[in-house]
Design a protein around this ligand. Structure first.
Ligand code: HEC
Ligand code: HEC
Length: 198
């Protein structure tokens, strides 16, 4: 895995991380928030701040990570309790969004032509280069680990994510995942997404 730029190039030297970042988040998401596959913790560096905020609120308010059987989600939901003021939430989301994402190694091999066709309806909400679309609430998918995307698509499919009361955006994605019929579709579309470049 290659780190293109060190975070210090995007963040000013006098722009230290929020205290919680070093004390808590780095333990699982890594020192630069580029993720840790062993801990099933995704890369968050470079994600849009509005999306990071919404997810942290989902974990805090019991809309995500409530299933005791799904350990990664449960862990994140429990740890989110340390973010106990709106100021801490804003500071973390802002800081994480300004970290340089790492370009990911691919762990999934799929049929890119099939994946491209499958991705066409996804592009409406996630952008044709998977760059995200704030108006439609679709997060940036590029730079997310392929194993994480596959895991989340399965979470939406089983209804572990996107079915809680008040989870409007999750419900939209839960509806959209029905466009993918089986594991092969999931694999091919994720292989295509991770092949996209700027
Ligand atoms: C004990 C390990 C652990 C710690 C500590 C931790 N996380 Fe997480 N985090 C995870 C895991 C695992 C996931 C994926 C959960 C899932 O699959 O639903 C996650 C998911 C997330 C997501 C959702 C990403 C997405 O693409 O939807 C955000 C945002 C996040 N964490 C931010 C944080 C922040 C901010 C902190 C520090 C306050 C933190 N995490 C601390 C393990 C951790
Ligand atoms: C109607 C708009 C819409 C369409 C179409 C759509 N998505 Fe989404 N997607 C979303 C939204 C909104 C979220 C964030 C949900 C949330 O806030 O929890 C999301 C989340 C995701 C995530 C999880 C990202 C993360 O960081 O956890 C993945 C992966 C994903 N979408 C892939 C796809 C794929 C693949 C398709 C096409 C089959 C697709 N989406 C179609 C709106 C859409």
């Amino acid at each position: 895995m290659t780190v293109l730029y060190s975070p210090s190039q995007l963040l000013a030297a006098d722009d230290p991380p929020p205290a919680l970042f070093n004390a808590v988040c780095t333990a699982c998401h890594g020192p630069a928030a580029t993720g840790n596959v062993t801990l099933l913790s995704p890369q968050i560096a470079g994600q849009e701040s509005w999306y990071i905020k919404r997810q942290l609120e989902n974990y805090l308010d019991g809309r995500r990570g409530t299933d005791a059987e799904y350990k990664p989600g449960r862990q994140m939901a429990l740890i989110s309790a340390v973010i106990d003021t709106p100021q801490k939430l804003d500071a973390l989301a802002d800081y994480l969004s300004r970290l340089q994402p790492e370009v990911k190694n691919k762990s999934v091999i799929g049929d890119l032509n099939r994946g491209q066709k499958l991705y066409a309806p996804c592009a409406v909400c996630h952008g044709s280069h998977a760059e995200g679309n704030e108006q439609l609430g679709g997060p940036r998918l590029r730079n997310l680990d392929d194993w994480y995307q596959i895991g989340q698509l399965q979470q939406f499919r089983t209804g572990n994510r996107g079915t809680a009361e008040g989870d409007i955006h999750g419900a939209q994605m839960r509806a959209a995942v029905q466009l993918l019929n089986d594991d092969a579709d999931i694999r091919d579309v994720v292989a295509y997404i991770t092949s996209l470049t700027d």
